[in-house]
Design a protein around this ligand. Structure first.
Ligand code: SF4
Length: 225
């Protein structure tokens, strides 16, 4: 068997074990944004860029009460919508992205949030990360969600050598069966927040310490971020 095939097999086995342990450690690992339908999740994910999910969850109840359909967002006066999302930061850009995405939903998708990657990518402010969140949470289509935690933790675990989100997504997709992609993504996020933090990973108390090459490679070497 070729060497890279052996490595890939070993990585698959290791990824399976990592996922089992992370699921035991974080039984509540799931999307942390509050939502009741695809439109609410779409809006919440746009607001979550460079903002905490907790902050978004404090902002969205009143927002969702006021705007219930894509047409409601499109019709909202700019300043009114900006004010409603101000606490999430970058409020002008985010309000505009929400309105443009909703405009496209109204014009091309009959006012209904579409449920395929191809269609979701047509919406302003929606990249593969957001699309995979929506597909996994609302449409039963699993996907790898490459956010900052996923990038850092998967690199430290040696599951990818790339810094490019599209390549990371492909690398992780090869490690696990499709039906596990969304839960794997959520587990990496929870682990990144609770233990494998950017500046000070808690390797000594990490549940996958023995499966991770990062602590042993750390001394005298560059830290993966
Ligand atoms: S051992 Fe350290 S670097 Fe590896 S996953 Fe755990 S906390 Fe992160």
């Amino acid at each position: 068997m070729a060497a890279n095939k052996v490595t890939q097999e070993a990585n698959r086995k290791r990824a399976g074990e990592v996922l089992e342990r992370l699921m035991e450690t974080y039984p509540d690992a799931r999307c942390s944004l509050d939502f009741k339908d695809p439109l609410q999740l779409l809006v919440a994910t746009i607001l979550a860029a460079q903002c905490t999910d907790e902050r978004v969850n404090l902002t969205t109840p009143s927002l969702f009460k006021r705007y219930k359909t894509p047409k409601d967002y499109v019709a909202a006066p700019d300043e009114e919508l900006q004010e409603a999302v101000r606490s999430c930061g970058f409020y002008r850009q985010k309000a505009k992205a929400i309105q443009r995405a909703c405009q496209t939903i109204v014009e091309r998708f009959d006012g209904v949030v579409p449920g395929t990657m191809e269609d979701l990518l047509q919406l302003e402010g929606v990249g593969r990360k957001t699309a995979n969140v929506l597909l996994g949470e609302c449409f039963g289509t699993p996907g790898i969600i490459v956010d900052t935690h996923c990038k850092r933790v998967s690199a430290r675990l040696g599951f990818t050598k790339s810094a490019e989100p599209g390549k990371i997504e492909q690398d992780l997709m090869r490690l696990l069966p499709e039906e596990r992609w969304t839960e794997f993504s959520h587990c990496l996020v929870f682990h990144g927040r609770a233990t494998c933090q950017a500046r000070a990973p808690q390797c000594s108390r990490c549940c996958v310490r023995d499966l991770c090459p990062f602590p042993d490679s750390r001394e005298g070497k560059k830290v993966a971020r």
